[in-house]
Design a protein around this ligand. Structure first.
Ligand code: SF4
Length: 755
């Protein structure tokens, strides 16, 4: 790992270039920021970043605008006499202590809901401090973006190979055949897989004879570039995937390969999918049987194939069963843990032990929600059930909320109901950079610093990366006010009952010393049995988050073991590589990585087999339903609800339109550019129509995260480009019951022309 030239010294240059990783999405693109004084002049892709190689999307190029946004909060707000007013940090924490703690004392800790949003996973400080925050909150009412997105994959990962946090990543750089369902990485830049320049990586496939097949109810930006695109009726992916699996059995195509001795449950899967022949599902899925059979043969016959399903396939009624069938296809065709198939990442911050397969296994339903008795999954309750927990009186009713970088009033189902529920809370603390549709209800808002301030390392998403990469950067700017870790540490102190004035260094020291103690006490750690004081001394001079990161780097599988592994990685060495380092592609990790109690890859775990009855029972109902179905869509200039205050990203023609197939528009009397009324069980919207033959007949599409024309928000650009909130239409009554995941695609709707 030879050192690279250091970045320009800001003290001797009027302009400077800073290198950093874009924190806006999972792709982790390297950016080069040209800076003059305290202004960002330009943001471009860092061509020397070994992972992203100069790629950025339009969002990344606006990081400077986000940093300079006058609406971004620079100091805390506290509600006084019904209005959110400027306050000092001490006043804000005192207001939390005075307002929240007596309430929790009286009503109990279950009266607090803790909600965590996506940005918490992109920043180093929250990635390191969320666990102590969750512990300090001491409530079981934990809600995150996982149950509006990827909880089905967590469940499948947990039950099949024993670790809910290990995702099967399509090895897109080496695959010969990529079958993609409900994913649009050309717009999203990848989901549950970190691969910067996903479009470029897809483009490289044909040169090596690769084929991309996209299954989607909309001819999306990705589908348009595919070798083959097939429409599928929303919500029926599970039946189609089951028919592919059935074909593998029927046509003798099952070939598990190297991992066969560790795979259990094959015969049970054979009988579960037996009824779902390509002919049986052709009508419900709208894909003819010959095509289905051909694709099953292509997947099985490719030198290496990857089947990858994402949000459109997972945020549906049978999302977990869909993720399950996807995993089964990969395993039965020998493509699980195979180069060019689906593999798992090897982040440099994790230790990797060559041990015998087996572990503690994965448990769900250890406790249940108060009102609906919904089982916890990954320690969380379904986002869809939050409003009922807030509104239903009785012991344990949620009366307070702590929201961290999340806007559930725009991102959770039945958002109008949730909006009312938030308005009626007794106390709400928000950690957020904006006064948005949710935080406008808060009693205290603690703004975190700019995304360009503070140390950065993409701890979470390097754990989903298709290559082992590592990149650390110092803050580009220093801002007045506390660091993100100090903000969280003071909040933790208040929640622990230590008072508003407690020194955040107590929490930092506890975290660092706790991790050191854990690592020297772990017989498998690279620093097992080492002297505690020696390790703490070696960390001196670093900030708290740097210490916590350095500990992980130096004890990870490429670490220097604090001096015992020559050439190993450390924070100091990484700092000499401002563009980051690339330590190679994914490698085979199974069977050693199996953490199920049996030590086997469990293809047919009992909870999934039990849930299959729901899938079977739903077949006739889904087939016979004749309503129009609503799906979402993603745009490369949008990032859920929170990048809509950046003028460059929202200017121009409104993207918040209802896409309708021209034939449907004619049948329903809808005019291109005219307004429509869309009704679901949950709500009603008025939205402009855009006719497009990219839509499957019978299916309409709305983007999510919009609807910024409400009183009390302080996002002037967003308010001027308000759009409509699609989650007024999504339903909080139904969800994928095994995972608790919301249903955000395949919503039955009625559509008429607005008068
Ligand atoms: S794809 Fe865009 S938003 Fe995502 S990390 Fe790259 S530049 Fe940032």
């Amino acid at each position: 790992m030879p050192a690279e030239s250091p970045p320009t010294d800001p003290s001797t240059s009027p302009t400077r270039t800073a290198y950093r990783t874009c924190p806006l999405c999972e792709a982790t693109c390297g950016v080069a920021l040209e800076i003059e004084g305290d202004r960002v002049l330009r943001v471009r892709g860092d061509k020397d970043d070994p992972f992203s190689r100069g790629f950025i999307c339009p969002k990344g190029s606006t990081l400077g605008e986000l940093h300079h946004d006058p609406d971004r909060l620079r100091g805390p707000l506290v509600r006084r006499n019904g209005r959110l007013e400027d306050a000092t940090w001490d006043e804000a924490y005192q207001a939390i202590e005075d307002g929240l703690m007596p309430l929790l004392e009286k009503e109990g800790r279950q009266s607090l809901a803790l909600l965590l949003g996506n940005p918490t996973t992109h920043h180093l400080a929250p990635a390191l401090y969320l666990r102590p925050l969750i512990m300090a909150a001491a409530t079981r009412n934990l809600y995150t973006a996982s149950t509006t997105d990827q909880m089905p994959q967590h469940v499948v990962s947990g039950l099949l190979w024993g670790n809910a946090g290990v995702f099967p990543l399509p090895d897109i750089d080496r695959t010969d055949y990529l079958l993609m369902l409900g994913a649009n990485p050309v717009a999203s830049n990848g989901s549950l897989v970190t691969a910067p320049d996903f479009p470029g990586r897809l483009k490289a496939m044909p040169a090596r004879g690769g084929k991309l097949v996209v299954i989607d109810p909309r001819r999306s930006e990705t589908a348009s570039r595919a070798d083959e695109h097939l429409f599928i009726r929303p919500g029926t992916d599970v039946y189609w995937l089951a028919s592919l699996v059935q074909t593998l059995f029927e046509d003798g195509l099952v070939s598990i390969g190297r991992l066969e001795p560790w795979v259990d449950g094959v015969d049970e899967i054979r009988s579960l999918v037996a009824p779902f022949t390509p002919e049986a599902v052709a009508e419900i899925c709208c894909i003819d049987a010959d095509t289905t059979r051909r694709i099953a043969h292509e997947v099985a016959g490719a030198a290496a194939a990857a089947v990858y399903g994402r949000i459109g396939a997972h945020t549906v009624e049978f999302g977990t069963a869909t993720a399950w069938m996807t995993a089964i296809l990969n395993v039965l065709t020998g493509n699980f843990d195979r180069a060019g198939g689906v593999m798992t990442s090897s982040p440099v911050t994790s230790p990797i032990h060559e041990r015998e397969p087996g572990g503690r296994g994965y448990k769900m339903g250890r406790w249940k929600s108060r009102v609906g008795q919904h089982p916890e999954v990954n320690g969380e309750f379904p986002a869809a059930t939050l409003a009922e927990e807030m509104e239903t009186p009785g012991e344990g009713q949620i009366k307070a909320a702590l929201t961290v970088a999340t806007n559930p009033v725009r991102s959770y189902p039945n958002s109008d109901r949730l909006d009312r529920a938030f308005a009626n809370l007794d106390f709400h603390v928000a950690v957020d950079i904006y006064v948005n549709e949710t935080t406008r209800h808060a009693d205290v808002i603690l703004p975190t610093p700019s995304p360009l301030a503070g140390e950065q390392y993409d701890l979470i998403f390097y754990a989903n990366a298709i290559r082992s990469v590592s990149k650390f950067s110092k803050g580009v700017f220093e801002e007045d006010g506390p660091s993100e870790e100090d903000i969280l540490a003071r909040l933790i102190s208040v929640l622990r009952g230590k008072g508003a004035k407690a020194d955040p260094r107590i929490v930092h020291d506890e975290e660092v010393e706790g991790l050191v103690d854990h690592l020297i006490g772990d017989p498998e750690s690279l620093i097992a049995g080492r002297d505690r004081e020696d390790i703490l001394k070696a960390l001196e001079g670093h900030s708290p988050v740097e210490k916590l990161l350095d500990l992980r780097l130096r004890t990870g599988w490429r670490g220097d073991g604090f001096g015992t592994v020559p050439g190993g990685i450390s924070l100091e060495k990484l700092a000499a590589h401002p563009h980051g380092v690339d330590l190679g592609p994914m490698v085979e990790r199974y069977p050693a990585r199996l953490e199920t109690a049996s030590g086997l890859l469990e293809l047919a775990p009992a909870p999934l087999v039990a849930d299959w009855e729901r899938v079977v029972a739903g077949f006739d109902r889904v087939r016979d339903a004749d309503q129009m179905l609503l799906i979402g869509r993603r745009h490369v200039r949008s990032n859920n609800s929170w990048m809509h205050n950046v003028e460059t990203l929202v200017k121009g023609r409104s993207r918040c339109t209802l896409l309708v197939h021209p034939g449907d528009a004619e049948r329903l009397g809808l005019l291109d550019g005219g307004d429509s009324i869309v009704k679901s069980r949950a709500g009603e919207l008025r939205v402009a129509v855009e006719t497009s033959d990219s839509m499957m007949p019978g299916v309409v599409s709305l983007p999510h995260g919009w609807g910024h024309d409400v009183d009390g928000i302080r996002m002037n650009v967003a308010a001027a480009h308000a759009g409509v909130p699609s989650n007024v239409l999504t339903d909080d009554r139904d969800f994928d019951t095994i995972s608790g995941n919301a249903i955000l695609n395949g919503i039955p709707v009625e559509i008429s022309a607005a008068t």
